[in-house]
Design a protein around this ligand. Structure first.
Ligand code: SAM
Length: 228
């Protein structure tokens, strides 16, 4: 069996997508950077950046692919709530994509207050042409994100669920992961037989993303682990 391919581009995500010919046979998983990572932006400017970048990803994805967003809201210091699922939905309306699912991934135990970030993250799927297989419904509330390589990373369990969805609903042979960070999505995609393309502006994280491996695990609820 041919092993799955991986490449990581150390460039700005927006430049990379703008330079691509029409994308084929791929789906996209994005975890877009938070407002706190843009000290030069006001909240209004960051929201505009977030919406226009999400719209670019959805516009560039092929009709027969899906675009998944893994995002965590922010409880802002002024007592308002920054709802990233709403921003993704606004971008989807402009791109002509429809929402296929909105899953909630627990980050902390229920029935207790959390500060700064809520006790859950969103996992959202959008597509222009794919429709959900409603008879094969999967869980909407996921009890754990799974092990991570760093605090801003996607967890192994959330990543596996995202890629399983792409494998069962599309014919995509490649996962494109803009803002790939340390590369857990690329590693899980390869372990599940899909090619993976990462885009990351930090050279250090891009190098890690090119090397990171995961290993199937029967004993971990994540389905994978980082150690052999
Ligand atoms: C929330 S983290 C993504 C984490 C990743 N999903 C993981 O599991 O490790 C966002 C990443 O986006 C990168 N980034 C931010 N703006 C970028 C841009 N315009 N182009 C490329 N990478 C960018 C940051 O360096 C950071 O590593």
């Amino acid at each position: 069996m041919k092993s799955a391919l991986r490449e990581v581009h150390t460039v700005d995500v927006i430049d990379w997508f703008r330079d691509q010919p029409p994308l084929e046979s791929c789906s996209i998983i994005a975890s877009m950077p938070d407002f706190s990572e843009f000290p030069q932006f006001s909240l209004t400017e960051w929201k505009e950046w977030f919406r226009s970048t999400a719209e670019l990803l959805m516009t560039r994805a092929p009709e027969n692919g899906v675009v998944l967003f893994f995002q965590t809201d922010v409880k802002l210091d002024d007592g308002t709530w920054l709802n990233k699922a709403f921003l993704c939905q606004q971008a989807a309306e402009k791109a002509g994509s429809l929402l296929l699912f909105h899953k909630v991934i627990c980050r902390a135990a229920p029935d207790r207050p959390t500060f700064g970030k809520p006790a859950y993250s969103h996992l959202l799927a959008f597509s222009k042409g794919i429709r959900d297989k409603v008879e094969n419904a999967t869980a909407d509330v996921i009890s754990q994100m799974g092990e991570r390589t760093w605090p801003r990373g996607m967890g192994l369990n959330a990543t596996r669920i995202a890629i399983e969805y792409i494998k069962t609903h599309t014919t995509s042979g490649t996962i494109i992961h803009p803002f790939c960070g340390e590369g857990v999505v690329l590693a899980v995609a390869n372990a599940m037989g899909l090619n993976a393309i990462g885009i990351e502006k930090s050279k250090k994280r891009a190098e890690k993303a090119l090397r990171l491996q995961v290993y199937p695990s029967q004993t971990s609820k994540d389905g994978f682990r980082f150690e052999p």
